[in-house]
Design a protein around this ligand. Structure first.
Ligand SMILES: [Zn+2]
Length: 128
């Protein structure tokens, strides 16, 4: 099999659309796709630790759990043609700062919601 096992991050910062605030989302359960194998195409249910409401993400939209916390995560520069993951830290050249991806807007075009320390919450196009 080509698809490998996937363990998503237990929790990450998220822009909760119910709270309309940045909160912490915690992994609730994995909903495996075909068969019983949890891989990148599985769906993961998270709940907001503030309002306890649940939401689902595909493994293709979230960061994998870091196996080694000392491991330095390489920051990518933001470009509209790339695909980004929730929990990922990206660098924005125009804003001249790094932000954390805290959500997704699955419209067309698809957008990521990024929290920047100075520029605030921004919606940026991805997968263009
Ligand atoms: Zn919430």
């Amino acid at each position: 099999m080509s698809s490998s096992l996937f363990s998503p991050a237990d929790e990450f910062e998220i822009f909760c659309r119910f709270c309309e605030k940045i909160t912490i989302a915690h992994l609730d359960r994995c909903i495996a796709g075909n068969g019983k194998i949890v891989d990148r195409n599985s769906v993961f249910e998270y709940y907001c630790t503030r309002c306890m409401k649940t939401f689902c993400y595909s493994g293709t939209d979230i960061l994998e759990q870091r196996k080694n916390s000392i491991e330095i995560f390489e920051q990518r520069s933001y470009t509209p043609t790339d695909h980004f993951f929730i929990g990922e830290v990206i660098h924005h050249k125009q804003f001249k700062e790094c932000g954390t991806v805290v959500g997704k807007d699955n419209g067309s075009p698809s957008k990521i919601v990024v929290k920047f320390p100075k520029s605030g919450l921004r919606r940026l196009v991805q997968d263009m």
